[in-house]
Design a protein around this ligand. Sequence first.
Ligand code: SF4
Ligand code: SF4
Length: 412
Amino acid sequence: MTRVFRSDYREKKGRDYPDPYPVECIKRVDRPTTRVNEDEVPRLDEREGGFNRTGRGDFGSQMQAEYKRFVPKHPLSGALVSIAGVLADVVDAPDGTKQVKVARNIIPQASSWSPMKPISAKKAPNTDDPEKMARHIKEVAYFLRADLIGICELPPYVVYSHRRPDGMPTELDHKYAIGILIDQDYRTSEATTGHDWISNSMSFLSYSTSGFIACVLADYIRRLGYPARAHHALNYQVAVPPILLWAGLGEMCRIGDIVLNPFLGPRFKAAVVTTDLPLTIDKPIDFGLQDFCNKCGKCARECPSGALTEGDKVMYNGYEKWPVDVEKCTRMRVGNKHGAGCGTCIKVCPWNKPYTPFHRTINWCIRNMPFARRIGIWADDLFGYGKPNKKNKWWLDLELVDDEFIVPRNND
Ligand code: SF4
Ligand code: SF4
């Protein structure tokens, strides 16, 4: 069995970029490749997201009941979401020291370590050069094992109008947003059908890891003397996809609201840090994805719920995007009776590939030679990409039902 390691392009001789992938080879543009009519983008209410609507019963009482167990029904995704839950309380400087209390319970001397400090009264020396600090923050995030980082100005319209679950109004006026991507693991992605018992674990591996990095990074920036807040799966104040778009971490793709990265494809989850630390920003990117998705449509073809379209993009809430049926997708992910969650669209996408010399060459051709795209799409099916490689399967098929383990049938 071949183990596919993460890229570390930083070691390439003569290269002076902190990123582990050659981001400098991707074309930069002034605006995203899909239209964003900023004047028409409303601030969204976080309570109107698909999962929150499921939890409050908009899709029926059966789905509402499933919502409580659809992640912890597998022990690995249960463990991962628990850690993300702990991180939900440590996104910002302490207000009533709830965060400090968490650590005191675990480590007696933590009251003096005070893990969640307020913003330092004095700014650290040599932290006012935006270019140096952007480079430094990327180095810190990669040291913490981020897979890709991008920085943009925080668009005011991405801040949620109200937070879940209590509906309190949200205010956030930080100047910058740092996007943090974590790979969901190619080897596991190769083995899964996309909607079996590992699907939620792949999501929450990336949610909890990116959340950990975001919380540490935000705390570090506050200790340098600047405001900063982490945003991750269990405690967001911002909509993430537009931030990734403006920070040059990908283009909008056919999978609804998902941004696709040229090196990881759609196989990642993201967290964000917002801050006033002076930073130079990255520009959006163009690697030909709009043309590729127009010609491809594999995610829509393979989606088990029919939530994605093989048709054209539309304008929605000020964004040009392919429409997604949120209810169908949420019902599949929450109500999946033969697995835990769903990421079939991510698994089958032709951009979901390992970073090997062969796939890097194909990736270059597809990015730079429009005529190669149809050939790439045709070859992807011909060589069987998108089908599960059972030889690489490593996880246990288990379902927790009323505190009893069940070994599901028909999973091989
Ligand atoms: S997560 Fe599953 S149901 Fe949702 S769009 Fe992707 S393939 Fe379809
Ligand atoms: S599967 Fe094809 S159409 Fe769907 S996001 Fe990937 S490249 Fe685009």
